[in-house]
Write a protein that binds this ligand. Structure first.
Ligand code: C5P
Ligand code: ZN
Length: 475
């Protein structure tokens, strides 16, 4: 893959100026930071811009800006058909435009996509791989490394992008090209990987808070119950404080960690959790060893969450500055955004609890209207599903968005194991109402026109029933 990235590197090197355009999620922002850092180090003039989405209109604007070369990070693959006349390089892991890519061209990851010599793309799909073996950040990293082998220190931020894009979630560790990046980072002395408890907040949260907020896996009697978490830890014999300061997971010694994990396993098994859920307690975690102990920038998952929080509240530049190394003002602002995000999430969950969930035969749903931001309604839906006590039905959530109605869908793991594919359902149902959608089997989304929500929910209900029955439209 590095060999192909070199073609893109050469194109960038010969450009007078590069316009870098990045998606505003975790791997788009980290990818933008990697791109810009690598271009700066190579002495290549460039500008960086962030876009919520890349569509025909935004490409028109870029065409008018006419950068000698445009570099698209974490989007572009699905917009190849809008790129005529642009000199562009694309580092994107999403499914390419459904235009036919001739078989003989799929051999390599880099291909002259549309117009033989004007658009170069690095994309795992062109090698028959999926979106989850590398993120937009990892592909930007591959180009950075091709520009200069000395850029291997940027692997740390690339791994933050991958984890922020939850590429470690399904298998509880990174896979594919992400492992090459990880290895680079380890060799460059910027990363470490360990098998550890996977819960969020290793560096910054008091241990009982880390347990209380666990939702993957959901721990019966402990998730959402702070007092029970304190009692649990005291029973295991853990000192929760050193003097007046709460201890975090990263401060525990290996023996204490082992005791807690072992008790959590027993706790979950004795409360009826299946092994599939229990194993989710533990997985590979990634540490940015050059960052200070106790900082959210030290743990890839916490760093990724910080970036996502900025992206969700239209502050991608703030996260970008943190990724470029700002540990002052930008980091402070990122903390504020994350705190604000948590508040919004708490009030969103309170609101869902008040209004309750509606039910059809096979799904449960709520419409948040303008009570929950479109960029946050997916997370709220995921937590509501866990907390609802009804983990046998997928959940559907609606929220008003600038371009219509945002839909988020989340499914319990058991249903995905039985063959449910929400991405296919979102794609199919949204198409019927003139919208568009996609995503993953267990977490998918769509945008649909206002006023179609009721009919859309019914269509989803029918598709879910049909898929679970193994009927038409399944798989
Ligand atoms: O926004 P949300 O978290 O619900 O999105 C879940 C998944 O659905 C994401 O992977 C996202 O890329 C995908 N999605 C999509 N099309 C949309 C909205 C979301 O493919 N219009
Ligand atoms: Zn991405």
């Amino acid at each position: 893959m590095e060999a192909e990235a070199r073609q893109i590197a050469e194109r960038l090197r010969s450009a007078d100026r590069v316009g870098v355009y990045c998606h505003i999620d975790a791997d788009g922002i980290t990818g933008g930071a990697i791109a810009s850092e690598a271009l700066s180090r190579a002495g290549i003039a460039h500008d960086v811009a962030f876009l919520k989405k890349l569509d025909d209109a935004s490409i028109q604007v870029i065409r008018r800006e006419a950068p000698p070369v445009a570099w698209f990070v974490d989007f572009g693959a699905g917009q190849l058909h809008h790129m005529e006349g642009l000199d562009a390089v694309i580092t994107d892991h999403h499914v390419p435009t459904n235009r036919d890519i001739p078989m003989e061209r799929r051999r390599d990851l880099v291909r002259f996509a549309e117009d033989e010599d004007r658009v170069l793309m690095l994309n795992p799909h062109m090698e028959g791989e999926g979106s989850d073996v590398v993120s937009g950040a990892g592909l930007a990293y591959a180009v950075a490394k091709a520009l200069d082998a000395g850029n291997r220190d940027l692997a740390a931020v690339a791994i933050v992008g991958a984890v922020g894009d939850v590429q470690d979630q399904e298998f509880r560790r990174l896979r594919g090209f992400n492992r090459t990046i990880l290895q680079d980072g380890i060799e460059a002395g910027v990363l470490q990987a360990h098998t550890d408890l996977r819960l969020f907040g290793r560096e910054t949260r008091p241990i009982h808070k880390m347990l209380e907020y666990s939702n993957d896996p959901w721990i019966p009697k402990l998730s959402g119950n702070g007092e029970a978490c304190i009692a649990f830890l005291l029973e295991v014999g853990i000192d929760l404080k050193v003097e007046e300061t709460w201890r975090t997971w990263s401060e525990l010694d290996p023996g204490e960690k082992r005791r807690i994990v072992s008790e959590l396993v027993t706790h979950m098994l004795s409360r009826g959790c299946g092994w599939r859920e229990v194993v989710r307690l533990v997985g590979e975690v990634y540490t940015l060893v050059k960052e200070p102990v106790g900082s959210p920038t030290r743990d890839a998952k916490e760093f990724g969450t910080l970036i996502n929080a900025c992206g969700r509240y239209e502050a991608a530049e703030v996260a970008y500055r943190v990724c470029r190394g700002d540990r002052g003002e930008a980091l402070e602002e990122a903390f504020r955004l994350l705190a604000g995000h948590r508040e919004h999430l708490v009030s969103s969950l309170d609101w869902i609890e008040q209004v309750g969930l509606s039910r059809l035969d096979a799904i449960q749903y709520f419409h948040a209207e303008d009570k929950i931001r479109d960029t946050v309604v997916g997370i709220a839906a995921g937590i509501a599903l866990q907390a609802s006590g009804n983990r046998r039905m997928p959940i559907l959530a609606f929220a008003f968005a600038p371009d219509g109605v945002k839909v988020s869908a989340r499914a319990p793991r058991e249903l995905v194991a039985r063959g449910l594919d929400l991405a296919a359902i979102m794609r199919e149902a949204s198409k019927r109402f003139g919208g568009e959608g996609g995503g993953h089997h267990g977490a998918a989304g769509a945008t649909i026109p206002r006023g179609t929500e009721q009919e859309f929910a019914k269509a989803v209900d029918r598709l879910v029933k049909s898929q679970l029955a193994g009927g038409p439209g399944s798989g």
